[in-house]
Design a protein around this ligand. Sequence first.
Ligand code: SDX
Length: 431
Amino acid sequence: MADSTKTATLSFGDKTLELPMLSPTVGPDVIDISKLYAKGGVFTHDPGFTSTSSCESTITFIDGDKGELLHRGYPIDQLAEKSHYLEVCYLLLYGELPTAAQLEDFESRVTRHTMVHEQMMNFFRGFRRDAHPMAVMVGVVGAMSAFYHDSTDITDPWQREVASIRLLAKMPTIAAMAYKYTIGQPFEYPRNDLDYASNFLRMCFAVPAEDYEVDPILSRAMDRIFTLHADHEQNASTSTVRLASSSGANPFACIAAGIACLWGPAHGGANQACLEMLREIGSVDRIPEFIARAKDKNDPFRLMGFGHRVYKNFDPRAKVMKQSADEVLDLLGIENNPTLQVAKELEKQALEDPYFIEKKLFPNVDFYSGIILEAMGFPTSMFTPIFAVSRTVGWVSQWKEMIADPALKIGRPRQLYTGHAKRDYVDVENR
Ligand code: SDX
């Protein structure tokens, strides 16, 4: 628990209140307003939570001005270069980098939970073939609470652990099944002799008619994409998971709520929207037209993949993603990919434009990820499901942290009511 050594004085009307201030390990101090209404009879008001801390956490820290992202203190660029996704999952879930023995045990436990209950296949068959894979994932992940009753009791630490491993292990299988279903191909079962990223690529792209060998460079790029999207403080979908979990709902239902929130184009859906935007721009000579639209207050168009609530500098994940994009496209011999050319020129022009400089709008994690995923053979509809696969460990880690907090309370914000004051019912004949 952060310590409270300072206070903030708040004066309004005939009241002066001393509110405790809490100091973090790193980042801005916070003013604890939890007793404000009881003591002062007023609420604070912060739609979108631009200045509001919703919880205390030890998992991830973002310095938006420096463009820094730390997972349990380790910088994302070091983790992307030296670690791999399941090791980062261990770090996020348990707080420390694992020893070799701990990592081997963890990877073995995850690997042995990658299959889903055979009857879950029936869920997929209830969807139209043209269903968006995110719609399928929301439904199927929510339905996991109907299949894994022995890991839904959140008061039991062992059941919380089993649910965490099951979610982490089965999400790639469910995402791959959602993809296979939409293209009318048979489901591929996970393989225990493959690493996490290779297993996912194989479940997506293998067919029973022939052997499938995962290209190690593509597998490394896939693993890096998973690592870069793993967790990100109290973003919209993580906050959704925390709020849903605060009511005591089971973990599968809460993660399904997180998937639903991630789907939005302002959040995890931006990678799909960004690639569709780059395709719509089509050529570098049309970039000025789109930059002008993004700056036009009367045009709702925004440059997808640009801007961020917290980063007011380069998103460190975008930097690593850009390097991966060059590697993957070079490997595939499509370094002249027109979409990548448009992306690079758009980034250059936007970063030189006074509007974007003034508003500190830099490329975010979604700007380059879509280019890599498209080059790897994924349709745009699979971009956000892949983000959901990666972010599951972040949601689960934040969920575990919250559920284990003895001070846990149900999340229940108040409001600024500007509707009608009390008035009497009017009979229809008098209206
Ligand atoms: C993710 O929270 C997280 O951590 C999210 C995420 C994660 O890992 O979980 O990082 C993943 O969601 C990344 C963001 C992906 N979304 C997009 O790329 C969509 C495009 N970006 C915008 O929608 C926007 O930048 C947001 C939603 C990301 C951030 O919005 P904010 O913080 O609420 O900022 P804002 O909308 O108030 O914009 C501030 C100003 C506005 O102009 P003014 O009203 O002040 O004149 O900047 C402008 C906006 O119009 N602006 C943009 C812009 N983003 C903001 N103008 C043009 N293009 C853009 N992309």
